[in-house]
Design a protein around this ligand. Structure first.
Ligand SMILES: Nc1nc2c(ncn2[C@@H]2O[C@H](COP(=O)(O)OP(=O)(O)OP(=O)(O)O)[C@@H](O)[C@H]2O)c(=O)[nH]1
Ligand SMILES: [Mg+2]
Length: 396
């Protein structure tokens, strides 16, 4: 086997089997929350992520902990309890709601004999599953490899065996080093390809910006209803699914506003708290659209008990990461979505508090169409004129 062949196998083994979900895993969720934090929202988000990735969730365990155990993240007693639970339920995988260090993942795997997946890997796997365009697939592969690289030493002995295959390695070069080098080479190739894809996209966008109508960009937490609203506004056919990160590619379509104005509406990738940093480049297309918008619509699932937390995450990403403080910002309108799901008085009062905080905004249902005509008027009122949109785009 030639060097290339071996390298490819090494990468595929590590990407393909030990650290990734294939779908169909029988999993136990392990969530760790600081004392005083209600684990319920985190657990339901983790379960939704696990289901989206195709795992079957058999049970959940929660540990309250301020600081992680350096060796195993959860405490020793909890590791034993988790293992007993896994045996009882016949589980083969533990999915952690936190990011584990490479050493923690290795220790947990060696101790339990189970496949160990952390929250970052889970999100990476969902992105890999949902990447629909070549560019999204390249960006996700790059993120996977960057995540994998420091973890490569972590699994068993196979990769650190200096025996190797005669004739394929230089003196003293271990399989581990060879695997790492192969991954670095692939990372460089991916970065090159992505730079080219980005240039091509910029040319397309510049043309659209010059010639086209003003752009309304929909952003929001994953599963808030962005694609549903996109379809309602544009009569489009974006994928709507009760899954996290159903949309991984931006989509653009025309919408007609009540004033007779035409706007381009863009559907984007959803946000989530603690996004693995390796995935941020996969958001570049989204981020660029947002920077040049004539209007940003922040979509919030107003029926979710975590609505405030979601709004906080979205604002934080938008206003501390995407825009620098000195950047001019497009106007923002809030779409407080899933109005039709507000059933209890608790839910209503939360939605009203949300509305007070998210102005200009409106409670709508993208699904039933309730309040959408009014919402279109709100969009038209807040849409910035083309000339000032062009000024914003001159900033980078
Ligand atoms: N009841 C109700 N459900 C809604 C509404 N809007 C969206 N949904 C549902 O919420 C789920 C997520 O909707 P999407 O439009 O895919 O959400 P998204 O924000 O595009 O999600 P990602 O692309 O995964 O980030 C789907 O099951 C939708 O049918 C609404 O107004 N009311
Ligand atoms: Mg979507």
């Amino acid at each position: 086997m030639g060097r290339r062949g071996l390298s490819r196998l090494v990468i595929e083994d590590y990407l393909g089997q030990r650290v990734r979900l294939q779908g169909g895993e029988k999993a136990i969720l392990v969530e760790v929350v600081p004392p005083g934090v209600d684990p319920q929202e985190r657990l339901s988000e983790l379960a939704a992520l696990a289901n989206t990735a195709g795992a079957v969730v058999l049970d959940v365990l929660v540990q309250r902990r301020e600081k992680p155990d350096p060796a195993t993240y959860i405490g020793k007693g909890k590791v034993l309890e988790t293992l007993a639970k896994a045996r009882e339920k016949n589980a083969d995988t533990l999915i952690f709601g936190v990011e584990l260090t490479p050493a923690q993942a290795r220790n947990l795997e060696e101790f339990t004999g189970l496949k160990i997946i952390d929250r970052s890997q889970l999100i990476l796997d969902i992105f890999a599953l949902h990447a629909g365009t070549k560019e999204a697939a390249l960006a996700v592969e790059l993120a996977q490899l960057q995540y994998l690289l420091p973890r490569l030493r972590g699994w068993g002995h196979a990769l650190s065996d200096p025996g190797g295959i005669v004739g394929t390695m230089g003196p003293g070069e271990t399989r581990l080093e060879q695997g790492r080098r192969a991954i670095r080479r692939r990372i460089q190739a991916l970065e090159r390809e992505l730079r080219e894809a980005k240039r091509a996209r910029e040319v397309r966008r510049a043309r659209r910006r010059r010639l086209g109508p003003p752009e309304i960009v929909l952003v929001g937490y994953t599963n808030s209803g962005k694609s549903t609203l996109f379809n309602a506004l544009t009569r489009g056919d974006a994928l709507v699914a009760n899954q996290l990160f159903a949309t991984l590619d931006t989509k653009v379509r025309r919408a007609f506003l009540p004033t007779g104005q035409i706007a381009l509406v863009t559907d984007t990738v959803g946000f989530i708290r603690d996004l693995p940093p390796q995935l941020i480049p996969a958001f570049h297309a989204t981020l660029e659209e947002v920077r040049e918008a004539a209007l940003i619509v922040i979509v919030v699932d107003a029926a979710s008990p975590a609505a405030f937390e979601h709004l906080r995450v979205v604002r934080e990403v938008l206003f501390s990461e995407i825009f620098r403080p000195e950047d001019p910002r497009p106007p923002v309108v809030y779409a407080l979505n899933k109005l039709d799901l507000l059933e209890t008085s608790v839910a209503w009062s939360r939605a009203e508090q949300l509305l007070a905080e998210a102005q200009p905004g409106m409670l709508i249902s993208a699904k039933t169409g309730e309040n959408l005509d009014e919402f279109r008027k709100l969009l038209a009122q807040n849409l910035r004129q083309k000339t000032s949109a062009a000024t914003v785009s001159g900033y980078h």
